[in-house]
Design a protein around this ligand. Structure first.
Ligand SMILES: O=C(O)[C@H]1O[C@H](OP(=O)(O)OP(=O)(O)OC[C@H]2O[C@@H](n3ccc(=O)[nH]c3=O)[C@H](O)[C@@H]2O)[C@H](O)[C@@H](O)[C@@H]1O
Length: 438
């Protein structure tokens, strides 16, 4: 259908227009008018283009502010000096590692362990408010008391990332920054795309262009096994039936890292963590939120599977996970490319890091009750269809063979350490009287 504008510009019947011979001055005027109107149209087009670019920019910066709790500030000579000093190993042939999600649970523990053995560590974290940012800030204080510098910035800040790789020739990246949590994906799906997909690609883009290219070790998840029923879960099992968007983004991460390995020669190690717990843990996880509720005398909700079968997890203690992460960094093998060009094949590895002995959720609760000396008020309900899986159980043969990984802490011992930390961190006196509630 022709528009009104078209009708005005192009008359449908040529004979309808009376063609007048124009006077030369008139002709010049018309030509001039025609070229002025063309210029005017071009100017309009450029203004529209600039306006849409600016609004896109402001959309990008608004959304990255939304996903980050604070606006990041970086740059300057002093800042660069802090980064170089934090990244410098203190032992011969020590690693220089960029740890993303450094103020997170696993990130903090790994950063401390790397620093302790003399490796250089620079942390990156966006301190978002998925859970209490004050816990993340406390973890950062712990890191800075060991002279580990943590940059407050989002993974999607590609300028920052390329600047970082310009300043420091990182040998490794331990990529732990992510939107975690299985059930929260129902509430805020885009946060998973922002961190676990867009953020991952942003990091891989910076790493593939770096010279030297670092080796990447990153956190995948046991949730990629989804509805897999073959137990224990082996790395070669199917992972194409995720039960949550979280799991789907982790699975996508495994495929995305594979393409960067294939095209650019990045050395990739993906670690499938199995429900990691321990001191300085994540308040959104069951063992942590149950502890808080039990101490406050509030009821807890225990999910139960079909046919009244208890849910079970292969709960894995943080110190075992840290050993697995460090062994992965040590055995990673080099990336083969540089400055965005592949020079040969590079390793691509996937490992389960679990405990190999699943424990049911009611058993977890009874261990907590014993250590907290408080009976839980239990509310048992059928597992809602919000992304949970009935059980997880890791086969760790591959990690044992190639990484020397061997978990040594069972849930009883691990929860005892967690409860001890929890009571002291949140200010409960040994006799049980609380001095500082969450
Ligand atoms: O292994 C993993 O890959 C995943 O482990 C955990 O996910 P999840 O195992 O669901 O851990 P929790 O949220 O602590 O739940 C543990 C168990 O407690 C149950 N639960 C949780 C919350 C609740 O209120 N009640 C309850 O019975 C869950 O159904 C689950 O069976 C982490 O939250 C994920 O980030 C991680 O990727």
């Amino acid at each position: 259908m022709r528009t009104l504008m078209e009708d005005e510009l192009f008359p449908s019947t040529p004979g309808k227009v009376k063609i007048e011979r124009a006077h030369p001055i008139n002709r010049q005027f018309h030509r001039c008018f025609a070229s002025t109107s063309t210029m005017f149209l071009w100017a309009l087009f450029l203004i529209a283009l600039t306006a849409s670019y600016l609004s896109f920019q402001s959309f990008v910066s608004t959304s990255s502010r939304l996903f980050s709790s604070s606006s990041s500030s970086w740059g300057g000579l002093h800042w660069e000096r802090q980064i170089r000093s934090s990244a410098s190993p203190r032992r011969a042939s020590g690693l220089s590692v960029l740890v993303t999600g450094a103020a997170g649970f696993v990130g903090t523990h790994c950063s401390l362990a790397l620093h302790k053995r003399g490796d250089g560590v620079v942390g990156l974290d966006n301190f978002n408010s998925y859970y209490d940012p004050s816990l993340k800030k406390a973890r950062r204080s712990l890191l800075s008391s060991h002279s580990i510098f943590v940059i407050d910035a989002d993974l999607n800040d590609s300028h920052l990332l390329s600047k970082l790789f310009d300043i420091v020739p990182f040998s490794h990246v331990l990529h732990l920054a992510a939107q975690a949590g299985v059930r929260y994906a129902i509430e805020n799906p885009s946060s998973y795309v922002h961190s676990n997909i867009a953020g991952l690609v942003s990091l891989l883009e910076a790493a593939k262009s770096a010279d030297p290219q670092p080796a990447i070790v990153w956190a995948s998840s046991s949730s990629v096994y989804g509805l897999n029923e073959k137990v224990p879960f082996s790395e070669s099992d199917r992972t194409d039936a995720p039960a949550s968007l979280y799991a789907a983004t982790k699975k996508a991460g495994e495929e995305i890292t594979h393409t960067y390995n294939h095209i650019y020669g990045l050395s990739i190690t993906g670690l499938r963590f199995f429900t990691v717990y321990g001191p300085w843990g994540r308040p959104d996880m069951a063992y942590f939120s149950f502890t808080k509720a039990i101490l406050a005398g509030k009821p807890i909700t225990i999910y139960r599977g079909r046919d009244r079968v208890d849910l079970a997890r292969d709960f894995t203690y943080i110190d075992d996970i840290v050993r697995g992460c460090l062994a992965s960094l040590d055995t990673a093998g080099k990336s083969s490319g540089s400055g965005g060009k592949k020079r040969g094949p590079a390793p691509y590895r996937i490992f389960n890091l679990g405990n190999t002995s699943p424990v049911t959720v009611p058993t977890l609760v009874s261990i907590l009750e014993r250590y907290l000396k408080v009976k839980a008020k239990k509310n048992v309900v059928e597992m809602p269809g919000n992304g949970d899986v009935p059980f997880t159980h890791a086969n760790i043969t591959r990690a044992m063979t190639e990484l020397g990984y061997k978990p040594t802490t069972n849930l009883e011992v691990g929860l005892k350490k967690f409860v001890k930390w929890y009571l002291s961190y949140y200010g409960y006196s040994p006799r049980g009287s609380k001095t500082n509630l969450l």
